[in-house]
Design a protein around this ligand. Structure first.
Ligand SMILES: [Zn+2]
Ligand SMILES: [Zn+2]
Length: 171
């Protein structure tokens, strides 16, 4: 990636978001107000999030910067599709038929694959960054790369519930 400034990156993401939004709005004849766009997601896990109740799309700037191409190609249409999907059918599920229809219209032929990208409902996650651990109880543990490396180097982490040391689950 060329050396773009933070401002330029944000500007491009905003413009692309609006362009997807306008295309989708026209195609599906939905009467949605232009969503607010903010870059206030922190951490290395969530790339984007559509907040239906506020008609807002939140992005994670550091993730966008690190994975600029895939962010533009996947995260931006993914979140815009949520905003449109919700207006199409208020009760539609976040990655259901309506969302997939909008994604296909945006040129993403296999939205199911894109869905993989999400670990849970609405926010888009960077799944590759997470390592799954388990303990003696049923609590699920997902750790980021930094913690994973620390554990590899001998640091022990305990489950807050069962107090046992968590162990890495190799896929
Ligand atoms: Zn999603
Ligand atoms: Zn436990």
């Amino acid at each position: 990636m060329e050396n773009k400034t933070e401002r330029e990156i944000k500007q491009e993401i905003r413009e692309l978001t609006l362009s997807y939004f306008n295309k989708g709005k026209q195609q599906f004849a939905v009467n949605t107000a232009v969503p607010k766009i903010t870059f206030d997601i922190k951490g290395n896990r969530t790339a984007g999030q559509a907040r239906y109740s506020e008609n807002r799309i939140r992005y994670n700037f550091p993730i966008a910067k690190q994975n600029y191409e895939s962010f533009l190609k996947r995260t931006v249409p993914h979140e815009v599709a949520h905003i449109i999907q919700r207006t199409l059918n208020f009760n539609s599920s976040p990655h259901g038929i309506e969302w997939k229809r909008v994604m296909r219209f945006f040129g993403i032929q296999n939205p199911e694959r894109c869905h993989d990208y999400d670990v849970s409902d609405v926010p888009t996650f960077r799944r590759s960054q997470k390592f799954r651990y388990s303990c003696a109880c049923s609590k699920k543990h997902y750790v980021g790369k930094a913690v994973h490396n620390r554990i590899k180097n001998g640091v022990e982490y305990k489950c807050s519930r069962c107090k046992q040391i968590i162990k890495y689950n190799k896929e």
